[in-house]
Design a protein around this ligand. Sequence first.
Ligand code: PLP
Length: 400
Amino acid sequence: MIEINTRIQNLKPSATLAINQKVKRLRNQGHIVYNFGFGQSPFTIHQKIVAALIDNADNNDYLPSTGLPELKENISSYLKKYHRVVANPKYIYIGPGSKELLYQTILMLEGVFLIPQGSWVSYLPQVKSKGGKYAILKTPHENNYKVTADILLDYCANNFAGQKNLILNSPNNPTGAVYSAEELKSLSEVCKEHNIIVLSDEIYSLLSFQNGRSSSIGEYYPKKTIVFGGLSKIFSAGGYRLGFMALPQELKFMHENFSSLFSETFSAVASPIQYAACEAFSLKKEVLEQITTNTAILKTIGHYVFNELEGIGVKCTQPQGGFYIMVDFEKYRALFAEKQLFTSKEIANYLLEYGGIALLPGSDFYYNENTLNFRLAYVDFDGKSATKGFSKNHVSDQSF
Ligand code: PLP
């Protein structure tokens, strides 16, 4: 008999990929499906970035396993200019997606991983696949599903010993919430007091609806915040598979460990992609303008969806950035119960099979399965046409 690692055997296919496959199957069978399960950028990659990729298509060099130096310089400048995070380029690392870098960091760190409810689907499987310890932190609807300093403090007071690693994501997938500077400051006080390492996932950073810049906890807690980002969301280049992480000065002792881990696993990200990313993170005026327009479109749609849902009495939280909004179907509990539907997963399956509406159940994002909340992604549209039809005046109205 062939034995395989039981930790891997227990992993389920990613919830997001599973729903997309189901939607495809139903559409192929001729059904009309409103796909609110899909979480990929609908926009095109800026031509300048594509041109940089093409110009370097014949580059077959292996780049350093920590990444192309010019790219790391550009990311360092970007972090400073847009998020007030000071990152030494030497301790910025390039990997095949921020997902991979998050995983390698989770592998690297001992201790317990604190995951707020309403977090991205992949964090927990990554922790579980290494047999790591974890705790799910409660996040109330009233606080826009964000973890508060009090909730974190409460956890620390009851679990004093051992290393703690907090995974924080803002702008957030699945809730659409963005942490304010004040909230991040309060969280950083608790992190300082309890020596917590923060894995700050800022993959949707420039898609914040307030002014196109999300605050980073790295500004307030520079000693132990590792910032993650990449090409997938802000530059609409998910398929390019390039992410970065910025290690703070205080954690630079891990430099050799990360360099070895990367060189022994993925070696380096494809050279042409790194040159394309170098162009992207130099954030030339035209590229920034495109991101600003995209963010304005997302904001308009996000607010429209929120207003329409509120208008028909569905409880939800106003999206503040990214692609998503959380909706709460608690008021329909009795109606669903009549149909023998009790969990968010059962309801999501029912809505897709019988209503042609694809949503992801809150239980995929660490909520109790009996909590009737769902992630609604509002990006299943033709981004190219949307950009063309969106006037410049509209962008300036958005106060970016
Ligand atoms: N973090 C969050 C919150 C995400 O939603 C995603 C992608 O969906 C990622 C990380 C992964 O991004 P990447 O494409 O850089 O691996």
